[in-house]
Design a protein around this ligand. Sequence first.
Ligand SMILES: [Zn+2]
Length: 394
Amino acid sequence: MASGDGVERLTHPIFAAYIGDYPEQVLVTCCITGYCPRCTIPRQQVGENTEPHPLRNLRSILEALQMTDQGAAAFVKACREAGIKPVFEPFWANLPYSNIYLTITPDVLHQLYQGVFKHLKTWVIEAHHGAHEIDARCRWLPPNHNICIFMKGISSLSRVSGHEHGQMSHFLLGLIVDTPLPGGMSSVCLVRCLRGLLDFLFLAQYPVHSTTTLELMSSALNRFHANKNIFVDLEICSDFHIPKIHFLNHYVKTVTLFGTFDNFNTEYTECLHIDLAKDAYRASNRKDEYSQMMLWLKRKEKVMRHDAFFSWIHSGEHPPLRTYWIRPGFNTLRPLKMTKHPSVPSVRITDVVRLYGATFFDAALSRFIVQLKYPHFSGRCLDDEVHCQPAPRQ
Ligand SMILES: [Zn+2]
């Protein structure tokens, strides 16, 4: 890998963070849907404001996964007792220095915007006499440069993106702050609950954290949990057993382990997901789509390279200093560095072999000259003709 100073080093990456939405987290950790992919919290406590539970026991899970040679029934039973699905050889089982349950990271886009905030927005709309009142208030917002105005309201939108939820988070509290609740119920708890979550949401996106900001995050989360029962009182929902709500309790600890959340926000890779997965899927006929998607991407890449090549030809610029060459038998591009001003003006061929250690130079030069003169000759004929050795590994 090339580091920041341009030096290439042999590296041994360690699996430290797995970034994904809840279904992907459940899939990769072999957990059961509805449970936390990270800790041992019981299903009935998911969504409550509890102290952090201990991580899942990796050692006992690995022992259960090694029961495959004891028969299918014993393997399934061992996995069930360890709290996971019976999966044959998950990829992380033999990775050194890594714990899959520790690598599950928070995700601002899917957990906060497309998860908890989305739920809360729906509950808030339902609490205020349905969509009519909230949509009308959306239209009354004065035009400005910072907030997107939803002229059709926010309740009838389908497939709301994370960006749109981000826009809604800017004004939702302002819309409901003086709205009465049905039955003359006080709206104090609802406002506190929403404010607690919004504070948490904005604090979580700080690019730098300190002990103070982490305490503020914990306090905001406590306010959210302390007041969320208003939605049960209003009979909008019956419980909060939602894993994404529970995962907010892991946020503060994760900052101390891995740093701020901009390190593992899926928002940054989501644009590539559109280009490389969604657009490619739409170009297929939706049947046996994988091979069609790969072909479509390959063609698109070729067209782009062709286009770049011709724009370089027509630009009349010098060729780039850094030339790329393809090593025979390898499909990877490697940079070949050439010196601009050679230190020696000329060298005898015998000296190339004797002083510079280019043992196969003679044979390689013969091969090059013959190939240049007779380009239709096959490699085997050339080898016989010039008696050269296999191409050197240089
Ligand atoms: Zn948990």
